[in-house]
Design a protein around this ligand. Sequence first.
Ligand SMILES: Nc1ncnc2c1ncn2[C@@H]1O[C@H](COP(=O)(O)OP(=O)(O)OP(=O)(O)O)[C@@H](O)[C@H]1O
Length: 802
Amino acid sequence: MSKTRVPILPIGHRVIFPGTTVRITISNISEFSRGKKLTMFGILPFKDPDRKQFYNYGTLVGIVHEQPVIRRESLITNFFNTPVSSFSRNDSNIIAIGVERFKLLSISEEGKNLWGSIQIEKDTNTKVSDTLIEDLRKSGVHYVQRARMAEAISRERLQRIQEEKDITNLGFYIASFLEISTPEKQALLENFNLESRTNQIIAHALNTTEEDQISEEISKKVQKNLQEQSKRIKSDGVISGIPGMSGGESDDFITKIQQKLDTLQMPENSKKYVQGELDRLRTLRSVNPEYNMIRTYLETVCALPWNTSSQDKNDIDQAQVQLDNDHFGLEKIKKRIIEYLAVRGLKKDMKGSILCFTGPPGVGKTSLGKSIADAMGRKFHRIALGGVRDEAEIRGHRRTYIGSMPGVFIHALKSCGTNNPVILLDEIDKVGKDMIRGDPASALLEVLDPAQNHTFTDHYMSVPFDLSNVLFLATSNRIETIPAPLRDRMEVIELTGYSTYEKLQIAKRFLVPKQVSENGIKLEIIEFTDDSLNKIILEYTREAGVRQLERNIGSICRGIAVEYSKALKNGSNFPQKIITNAVVEEILGIPIFENDIEERLSTPGVALGLAWTPYGGKVLIVETSKSQGSGKLRITGQLGDVMKESVLTAISWIKSKFPSIANANSSSRSDEGFDGLDIHIHFPAAAVPKDGPSAGITITTALVSLLSGVKVRSDTGMTGEISLKGNVLPIGGLKEKVLGAHRMGVKRIILPERNKKDIKDIPDYVKKDLEFICVRKIEEVLREALEDKSILGKMEIDNPKL
Ligand SMILES: Nc1ncnc2c1ncn2[C@@H]1O[C@H](COP(=O)(O)OP(=O)(O)OP(=O)(O)O)[C@@H](O)[C@H]1O
């Protein structure tokens, strides 16, 4: 690594990362640089400013702009006496960019300044998996969307996060605005393992919550402007190579834009408008703030694919092969996609229907979109709509705003470089609405409406762009929260979660080969047994999709990659590594989840329900307890009103059917609960709000079990609404619920008779493991669920003819 001597500028409470911009005032700059032209210097954060202790690692920065500080007072006193050129130029405002990290070898005081002997340090590894890059990007977006900051800053950060291709730059960029302590930032700077640093940044981005700091926002705004300024300087070529050399403005840009504009095939009216802007630029001097605005605008116009499109493949067999190559199972969904592509191929002007893949995270919604684009031979672009609350993010900002930018669609077209890409509107159900910042959903509606989108006019662009060649797809976790007018535009295709069997197949055929190659090893040196994959699926993940599973497989591959590279280094033989259960535990640590249903259902008063969540089906354990008391009822676990009413209905039904229990202690009567007993009903995972009527029969079963002392069978899950008269009413989301229960090893499912028709939607390999019991009355539920059926007779129950 190269060594050199540079002036050192100590700073407190700030860490400058490579690739990020900093503005600093340096006093007495000529002394600082020992009279030479200053181009680079080192910035070293203080560990302890009082004791003048520094960290051992700092950042080498290059100067991109330097301006003398001219004070107002000196102007006034000097105005009549001295020419401006003789003002003191010793203090300078500097804009600098972090170039590399360095290790401080030694430091010495020279006059009033510090000089250091430094050694440039680089990352020890430079390759990480695509998944990690994607996770970093997502965590950055998550952070920016949740943190409070000025809108323009947030937009710029989101754009940079989406655009930055280099993982090192992306990581440092995100790290630079995280609200974490200086030692934490310094630890990131000093971490030369790219993968571990990236993981740390992700962890900080997902954990930190920003405080509302209005003054901070202002300073951030200033910093943003500086960044833009320095970017501008670099991209103009005014300053090139080693920063610090200044140049003049040139007409080159105007000439180039004029040439480009002459060749652009855009509508005549639009061309006239853009030409007007270019003519206006000619009349402006570069110091005029409008100059930069118009210049950026013209660059954007010229970068758009006005007449560039990719050639569609239109080969249905090829499309089927592509979908099969990329995804296991999902037969119905692939069939629907093929139909869709076939019709599109035949009917060129087919407009209107937009496919929306709905389902839990990690089930392949985004990757289906990518496969469709590949099958059609089109470019693919994903627009993350999660948390978009501002209409301007869709339609762009008018150019009168400082920091204005085009909306996400213009940005997408610019980065694809073709006017017919596949654009995936990710998480369309998370689009927000805001009284002040408008309604992004209605702006989206315009984009998706074939009658309007051929003249889509972004506020920033001011001229229409034809979006009718774009193929729009959408994804969502749930359909209910998609604004109704948008939902009407789309054809919803539901993806439910995967069963353990499907996950195993996906892991074997797709995730293992993908992770093995992403981590630089070969399939010949690693083999996952089915047992070990099942262990990861059951004990390290609890998800409907396969994202966490993929991550865990990736971690194991990385563990083996380390062993493999050590063997390579030592020149020793590396026999194929079989990933057994023991290896899984060695690398992933002790299992995170254990299936404790049997243990939890080993006492009376506990029953197993099935729940639907946007993230897939889950089991829901209902726990009840009783104590001598005055008939009080306590319900905990964040229940909604409907679920609370289910509890009351269950109690009323039990009271009417089992008077002997209801009147156990006639000295104290209770309207809500049972006489003489205090009842507590608890729904674990207490932090998660729950609602809906489908836990009705589970609550009733748990209560009857509690009161009778008879346990509920631990292999039986149930779902169904209960009426006051003991009828079992139908519920929704049966398929997801059954898949969730199957994942947890449930063997018998009690469901409403009127949901019998939905059983056919459940995949065969799940059905073959399960017994379905369809019921009309709650008495049937109790007979099937309780371990000792004879108790029902003893409890004076009506015995309906079943
Ligand atoms: N059926 C499948 N066959 C092969 N791989 C799959 C399948 N389903 C999902 N995957 C893989 O799982 C990973 C996660 O999928 P993807 O990102 O498409 O999920 P998603 O449904 O879009 O999730 P989110 O809602 O969080 O965006 C990808 O690597 C994808 O290729």
